[in-house]
Design a protein around this ligand. Structure first.
Ligand SMILES: O=C(O)c1ccccc1N[C@@H]1O[C@H](COP(=O)(O)O)[C@@H](O)[C@H]1O
Length: 199
């Protein structure tokens, strides 16, 4: 079970995520309680060991700006949320970073992993980073194949049940590993990773 821990803001957060066994860590570049500036992101990315994927998270930022900020910070991957045309996804993917296409699962959502040049597909709630769950029944008949991550309001208490129900390749969490909005709880990080892999 691939596990991404998102919204890290301090070097202590990064160390705790690595120690917890995360496969990927996310840094938010868009307006949010979790937003980090490019300089801070660069410092944090330097703390991420090679076996852990560093992901810059962007929402609604134009593709050329995404590429510039991702290069400046040195992230290995970019997670794009928003109503981007297919060309924006492929433009970012062509720049050499690993692309994560983040979408809510709605009627008409293209759930084919790789269809827009992405290495991973992230199925999230309609309001990313809100900590809100979405109805996993929507996956019936629309479950992706391959490298797709489940996100949206997951927490220590329910991630194992959600994994059993949705059978994703990986999971992603932000709110569920916080003591208050934007403040990571390192104990919850450890518990979340263990719970996700216990399913
Ligand atoms: O966390 C944010 O503030 C955020 C801002 C802009 C785009 C994405 C954001 N977070 C992403 O939301 C999901 C799940 O979050 P949660 O567990 O429901 O709080 C995760 O992919 C984050 O990367």
């Amino acid at each position: 079970m691939y596990v991404k821990l998102c919204g890290l803001r301090t070097t202590a957060d990064v160390a705790a995520a690595v120690e917890a066994g995360a496969d990927a860590v996310g840094f938010v570049f868009s307006p949010s309680a979790r937003q980090v500036d490019p300089g801070t992101a660069r410092r944090l990315v330097r703390e991420v060991p090679g076996h852990v994927l560093s992901i810059g998270v962007f929402s609604g930022v134009p593709a050329p700006e995404v590429r510039r900020l991702a290069t400046e910070a040195g992230v290995a991957a970019v997670q794009l949320h928003g109503d981007y045309p297919r060309s924006a996804f492929t433009e970012v993917a062509a720049s050499g970073v690993t692309l994560v296409r983040a979408v809510p699962l709605e009627p008409g959502t293209d759930v084919r992993v790789g269809a827009h040049g992405e290495a991973m597909l992230l199925l999230d709630s309609p309001v990313a980073g809100s900590g809100r769950r979405w109805d996993l029944a929507a996956l019936d008949g629309a479950r992706p194949e391959g490298r797709w991550l489940l996100a949206g309001g997951l927490g220590v208490a329910d991630v194992a049940e959600a994994v059993t129900r949705a059978r994703p390749w990986g999971v992603d969490v932000s709110s569920g590993i916080e003591s208050s909005r934007g403040v990571k709880d390192h104990g919850l990080m450890r518990e979340f990773v263990a719970a996700a892999r216990s399913a």
